[in-house]
Design a protein around this ligand. Structure first.
Ligand code: ADP
Length: 763
């Protein structure tokens, strides 16, 4: 419609999200796809389109022996400004267009009347605001109308706190607050941290988020988030719509009980819908509906009611309208009635499969039966109940077609929904393919959505492929015995690559239990299976187990050789996620062999790759490794430099574990440089972290403080002892630190001063 191509691409919420993320650096399409939780081919296509229009720039970067295409923003030339919450384009300096960045699916409101008092309260309040009232009374419409720029989250009953936090991360990032996104991208998942980051993010951006239909929620973490924010949130807003008033206390929460429209407002609605209506007719209409907008809408669609049967008014209206519908419209209603969530237009095309789809949807919308939420369509819950009772579409077939559609997207959330509908369609034979997809392409589902995935898998818990996956989730949680039992049960039923997979997992459990004999057995079996299959992935599974095994036994040369095999295979598979891990491991092995220079080379490779792909978190992990290696070769200045980069980052994104992995290297490097004041600061920082998080390794701060004390001519005994007390049960940590300190400190001093240390040694 004469829309400028530039405006067209910018009117897509996904494109704006892509541009919003690119603002924080350059990215490889795959990483970008993971951040946005979308499929890679779609993201690549969009990037090419944006490139053609001059908004982004793709270029080749050389890293780790290969050329990689990355994309970054090309701002300036077209004068496009990213501002909190919107994008501003300046064409020739004068005209400027503003586009609000739209988040997720906000319902379209094209007709709105009244509600002035509520709108005022909503706009004036901050913190947590609850809008409650019966179905169809207008909660969603009111909030969508009042806050068009809000981040919108509709609860569908599928547990998705993880997804919600990812989306909030992106939303806050678009408001120039990247910390939550960085934290999640780095694998951070602690609920306490996430809540604190959401709070901080909302406070500092003043953003508004909407949680629609809270009464549908089955994830207690969402309620916990609300209770947490209710007591604390001052700036920014969380607006909740719900049928049942939740118990969030009174302190800091604004409640709005929504009731019917006032007579004047209802009259206005009738007029806007183009109805000529006499005062008498209106009085009757209002008396029947008491201003309930959904019922009013339906009533305005019919020819009026004769008998005022208030109790069954809604049923009556629905069947009245249903009679008038065409066959196509009826079929569409029954399709939409099958789903709990809104369905994308493209998916509906596959389900409905007739040319008339657009007219049918349009007509149903006009009648107030179907709602549109950007490109998605759904039924109001009150109507869904009726639509479900009407037959007309093949349930199983619809569910299967829908899951095929979702799987084509190869993205985590779509994957979970596909599984849900495959289970509903009772298509057990498809589970295998889904698990294959998860293992090969959607590895992060396990990390990003463990709860949602587990809940679905448990519905088909006797399926061997499901057992394999449930075991992986348990293993991830450290429940090794439980995982092992499931894998042993599944193993006889699995074949091909799945067989290799389950055996490699079993071998990992044996490694956790320190049972090397068992590992050796599995390695032999895996090897002969891999030879038979001649499959790259099967070989990768073999070598990654072998590397662990050799490393564990201190066969460093063999471990290294196996790691190089892994590297080769991972490159052949184009698995960019795994590659840096292997590079880190090669570096560690070299360091263990005393070849720090070689180690540095591989850490650098990992650093380059992470940078190129835009994986911030891993980039900073690489800095930690570099600090470690430079400390080893006695280049303390460089070590301090790298450790500073990563420590600051990890502290900022509250990845305390990682910070505790870095700070000691900076501290000992300061000691090596004779800068005792800075060393003391780091030691104290570690102690603070230990006190607030209880994470054991952080107590080594006391050892380091003692060393500083000794070097100043004092006595560090007391500090060494405090550390010893706190690290009881983790003596190896104590010893590792002492070993590491030898480069810069005469450690026998410590050993002489700590009683426990000596007696344990003697014993
Ligand atoms: P709820 O969220 O409370 O279930 P909705 O917001 O979905 O209710 O509203 C139900 C229907 O009523 C919608 O189709 C909407 O178009 C209509 N509606 C609600 N409030 C208004 C309003 N203030 N002006 C016009 N139409 C409204």
């Amino acid at each position: 419609m004469g829309m400028h191509p530039l405006m067209r691409v910018l009117s897509s919420e996904i494109n704006l999200q892509i541009l919003g993320v690119l603002r924080s650096g350059s990215f490889h399409p795959r990483e970008l796809a993971q951040i946005l939780q979308r499929d890679e081919s779609d993201v690549s296509r969009r990037l090419k389109n944006l490139e053609r229009l001059g908004l982004v720039e793709g270029r080749w970067v050389h890293a780790s022996g290969r050329n990689i295409r990355v994309y970054s923003l090309k701002v300036g030339e077209v004068n496009i400004h990213f501002e909190p919450g919107e994008v501003r384009i300046e064409a020739k300096g004068k005209t400027s267009y503003k586009f609000p960045i739209r988040w997720e699916r906000r319902p379209d409101v094209n007709l709105f009347v009244g509600r002035n008092r509520e709108i005022n309260v909503l706009r004036r309040s901050s913190g947590v605001i609850v809008v409650h009232g019966i179905a169809g009374i207008g909660k969603t419409t009111l909030v969508a109308w009042t806050f068009p720029g809000a981040y919108w989250y509709s609860i569908t009953g599928m547990e998705e706190f993880e997804y919600l936090t990812w989306q909030l991360g992106l939303f806050l990032n678009s408001l120039e607050w990247p910390d939550l996104m960085d934290y999640l991208q780095g694998g951070g998942r602690r609920e306490g941290d996430v809540l604190e980051l959401i709070l901080k993010g909302l406070e500092s951006t003043g953003g508004t988020i909407v949680i629609d239909d809270l009464h549908m929620c089955r994830d207690e973490r969402v309620s916990r988030m609300l209770s947490y924010l209710a007591r604390r949130l001052k700036g920014g807003r969380v607006v909740v719509t719900t049928r049942l008033k939740p118990n969030l206390g009174t302190e800091g929460v604004t409640y709005i009980h929504l009731r019917g429209l006032k007579p004047k407002e209802a009259y206005q609605l009738a007029r806007l819908k183009g109805k000529k209506i006499t005062p008498g007719e209106f009085a009757e209409l209002y008396g029947l509906t008491l201003g309930h907008p959904l019922t009013l809408n339906l009533l305005l669609e019919t020819h009026g009611v004769q008998e005022s049967d208030k109790e069954r008014l809604f049923d009556f209206l629905f069947s009245e309208i249903y009679q008038q519908l065409s066959e196509g419209e009826k079929r569409m209603l029954s399709i939409l009635g099958l789903f709990d969530e809104s369905i994308e237009y493209d998916a509906l095309k596959e389900l409905y499969r007739e040319r008339s789809i657009f007219t049918v949807l349009h007509s149903l919308r006009r009648r107030g039966l179907v709602e549109r939420v950007s490109e998605h369509y759904s039924l109001h819950e009150m109507i869904r109940g009726f639509a479900r009772e009407m037959s007309g579409s093949n349930r199983e077939q619809c569910y299967l077609r829908y899951s095929e559609y979702l799987l084509k997207k190869a993205a985590p959330r779509e994957f979970l929904m596909a599984l849900k509908y495959i289970i509903k369609a009772e298509a057990r034979d498809r589970i295998k393919d889904l698990v294959f997809l998860r293992i090969r392409k959607l590895r992060r589902v396990i990390m990003d959505f463990p709860k949602a995935y587990l809940r679905l898998l448990l519905e088909v818990a006797d399926d061997p492929y499901a057992k394999l996956e449930i075991g992986v989730i348990y293993f991830q949680k450290g429940l090794f015995g439980k995982a092992m039992r499931l894998w042993l049960e599944a193993e006889p039923y699995l074949t091909g690559v799945f067989k290799v997979k389950v055996k490699s997992l079993l071998s990992s459990v044996c490694m956790e239990f320190g049972d090397l004999g068992c590992v050796r057995e599995y390695l032999k079996e895996i090897k002969s299976l891999a030879e038979g299959l001649d499959d790259t992935y099967a070989w990768l599974l073999y070598y990654s187990e072998k590397t662990k095994y050799e490393f564990y036994r201190d066969n460093l040369t063999e471990a290294l050789e196996s790691s190089f095999k892994e590297l080769e295979l991972v490159k052949a598979l184009g698995d960019i996620e795994e590659e840096p891990h292997i590079l880190f491991h090669i570096g560690d092995t070299y360091l263990e062999m005393g070849k720090a220079r070689k180690a540095i080379e591989y850490y650098r490779n990992a650093l380059d790759l992470s940078r190129v792909y835009g994986v911030h978190f891993r980039e900073y992990v690489a800095y930690t490794e570099l600090a470690k290696a430079y400390y080893e070769v006695g280049k303390y200045e460089q070590a301090v430099g790298y450790a500073t980069k990563s420590a600051e980052y990890f502290l900022r994104i509250r990845s305390y574990r990682r910070a505790v992995g870095t700070l000691p290297y900076r501290c000992v490097s300061y000691i090596g440089l004779g800068n005792l004041d800075s060393a003391e600061e780091d030691a104290r920082e570690l102690i603070r972290i230990a006190q607030s998080t209880g994470y054991p390794p952080a107590w080594i701060g006391y050892i380091l403080l003692g060393v500083v004390e000794e070097l100043r001519g004092g006595d560090g005994k007391e500090y060494f002892e405090i550390a010893w007390e706190h690290l009881r049960g983790h003596e190896w940590i104590y010893r590792t630190v002492i070993k590491g300190l030898r480069k810069v400190f005469e450690t026998s001093v410590i050993e002489a001063k700590v009683n426990g240390l000596n007696s344990q040694r003697a014993g």
